[in-house]
Design a protein around this ligand. Structure first.
Ligand code: PHE
Length: 340
């Protein structure tokens, strides 16, 4: 466009701007309009730069016209935005509302969901069991008869004089419940609260959570156990995570193992979190003991199985660099709001 047609252009802009602003129903359309006409590269700006290059004789006249156009456009915008703000009943509907305060999920819930989701992807079902258990499910059926020294591994809260009812010390009794309810082959995980007579300190809590896994079928082997747990650890802590199996002992699995991962803080170099070993122990596991199968009426010659138990607090602490287990129990909003 040259400066000769500028006056025509100004009239055209006025008309079009008027029509279009009336069609701009909401704030975002008004904004689009503003950018088109008054924006840095808008139609007014084009005229302004033309003005600078126009011959001196017409510059004052054109300048005045451009100025008028500017005032005209600004007035249009002001008028509609005022009209749109004042609604039928004279309330200003464009004012910001009161912020809604929404609830949050607890970091342990979030961690649990992340863990369970990985097993669900591998075809595991999800089970639960009660906090209060029988001595039979918590110990006896897990190959720990009364007076078995291995019971000392778990300091137990008993609920009656006879010692038949207790707060479960791990989620392994859910293994017994699941085996009684289902027919192999199956694979399940169970999440829940556990209780031990520990004193509360930075790394111990008398109430904590575990995720239990159990898979039973015709030819389940230690290779399945390794494959499942290596996949789980690398999904949760990252593909570069190294996973180490060390021989261990549990009365209800044979062989048993403890699983360590390369330290998530120092990646195996050695740091205070891993006590300078480069490794973090994160779970116990093994092949289901034949004696456990017998207790639930399975034939150990027909079936084999794998089982594992993972502490959820410890996992959440490693994932988020939390140094004190007590944070999970204190309901301090400053802590809880850190997790989404
Ligand atoms: N129940 C064991 C514990 O609490 C962990 C575990 C589960 C070990 C399943 C082997 C198999 O320490």
């Amino acid at each position: 466009m040259d400066w000769k047609s500028a006056f025509e252009e100004i009239e055209k802009i006025k008309q079009e701007a008027q029509v279009e602003i009336n069609q701009a129903g909401d704030l975002s359309q008004q904004e689009t309009w503003r950018v088109k006409y008054l924006g840095r590269k808008g139609r007014l700006a084009v005229l302004t730069s033309l003005l600078a290059n126009s011959p001196a004789e017409i510059r004052p006249k054109l300048g005045q016209a451009v100025n008028e156009l500017k005032n005209y456009l600004q007035a249009l915008l002001k008028k509609v935005s005022k009209e749109k703000k004042v609604s039928r009943k004279g309330k200003n509907l464009s004012l910001p509302g009161k912020p809604a305060i929404s609830g949050l999920l607890h970091p342990l819930t979030l961690t649990t969901r992340r863990m369970v989701e990985i097993f669900v992807r591998m075809g595991f079902g999800v089970y639960t069991g009660p906090d209060i258990e029988t001595d039979f499910n918590n110990f006896e059926a897990l190959n720990m008869p009364v007076d078995h020294p291995a019971r000392d591994m778990w300091d137990t809260f008993y609920l009656n004089q006879e010692g038949t009812l207790l707060l479960r010390t791990h989620t392994s009794p859910v293994q017994i419940r699941v085996m009684k309810e289902l027919t192999p082959p199956f694979r399940v995980v169970a999440v829940g609260r556990c209780f031990r007579r520990d004193l509360l300190d930075a790394s111990h809590s008398p109430v904590f959570h575990q995720l239990e896994g159990l898979m039973v079928g015709k030819r389940i082997s230690f290779a399945h156990l390794k494959g499942i747990l290596i996949y789980f650890c690398q999904e949760l802590f990252g593909k570069q995570t190294r996973v180490n199996f060390t021989p261990s002992y549990f009365p209800f699995t044979e062989p048993s193992a403890e699983v360590s991962i390369s330290c998530v803080i120092c990646r195996g170099q050695g740091c205070p979190t891993c006590s300078r070993t480069g490794w973090l122990e994160i779970l116990g596991c093994g092949m289901v003991h034949p004696q456990v199968f017998r207790k639930v009426g399975y034939n150990p010659d027909e079936f084999s199985g794998l089982a594992f138990g993972i502490g959820i607090e410890r996992t959440a602490m490693l994932l988020h660099g939390i140094t004190d287990i007590r944070f999970f129990l204190q309901n301090d909003l400053r802590f809880l709001r850190l997790f989404t």
